[in-house]
Design a protein around this ligand. Structure first.
Ligand code: PGA
Length: 216
């Protein structure tokens, strides 16, 4: 199975999300070996869940979740509350680590709360120095220099990092950083790369569909 994840970041209104979903659904061809995962911002999670309710091959994820379980934590969105809608959650994205000052301790709490509520954490790491938690089955390697810059890391460098990380056998390895339909094929068709995390290029549903189609 290959996993291609759309990370919309802090983009799209309710209307724009509806338009994206309609366009996506009129172009999307399900494939037995592909799971697209759509990760909208929190305010769109329920709407996307409803738009894709009958499309069993498409999964929904969040871009983050709270490190608190529930209670008096104004503004937090918990794993428990998200678990009705999502199957996956990105955890520890470099933008959360930087702009949210997220520590390894916080990332670890989020991974374990996701697991507790039946959500599969997709742990994002910047390099081999970020912790890898063995209770996460998905690791997304996203070198900071490649995110949103148009400077995607070469397949060879990505594979060298995978080797350095010495991952447990069951762990799925995902690459992210300036993935487009022009470069996606060389990553996604490599046997050691299980998926792609796509930011900018996922904002356009047709571009995202053409990345999905690059799987052979
Ligand atoms: P990008 O973002 O595709 O715009 O580089 C990837 C990400 O940060 O998940």
């Amino acid at each position: 199975m290959k996993y291609i994840i759309a990370n919309w970041k802090a983009n799209k209104t309710v209307e724009e999300a509806k338009e994206w979903s309609d366009k996506f659904l009129s172009n999307y061809q399900p494939r037995a070996n592909l799971t697209p995962i759509i990760c909208p911002p929190f305010h769109l999670v329920q709407g996307i869940y409803e738009s894709f309710r009958t499309v069993s091959s498409v999964a929904i994820g969040s871009q983050d979740l709270s490190s608190f379980e529930d209670g008096a934590y104004t503004g937090e969105v918990t794993a428990k509350s998200l678990s009705s809608f999502i199957t996956y959650a990105l955890i520890g994205h470099s933008e959360r680590r930087t702009y949210g000052n997220e520590s390894e301790n916080t990332v670890a709490k989020k991974v374990s709360l996701a697991k507790k509520y039946g959500i599969e954490p997709i742990l994002c790491v910047r390099n081999e120095n970020d912790n890898i938690y063995s209770d996460s089955d998905f690791i997304a390697y996203e070198p900071v220099a490649a995110i949103g810059t148009g400077k995607n890391e070469s397949v060879d460098t990505v594979l060298a990092m995978r080797e350095k990380m010495d991952l447990p056998a069951q762990m799925k390895f995902i690459y992210g950083g300036s993935v487009t339909s022009e470069n996606s094929s060389s990553y996604i068709n490599h046997e050691l790369i299980d998926g792609l995390l796509v930011g900018t290029a996922s904002l356009d549903p047709l571009h995202f569909c053409s990345i999905l189609e690059s799987i052979r």
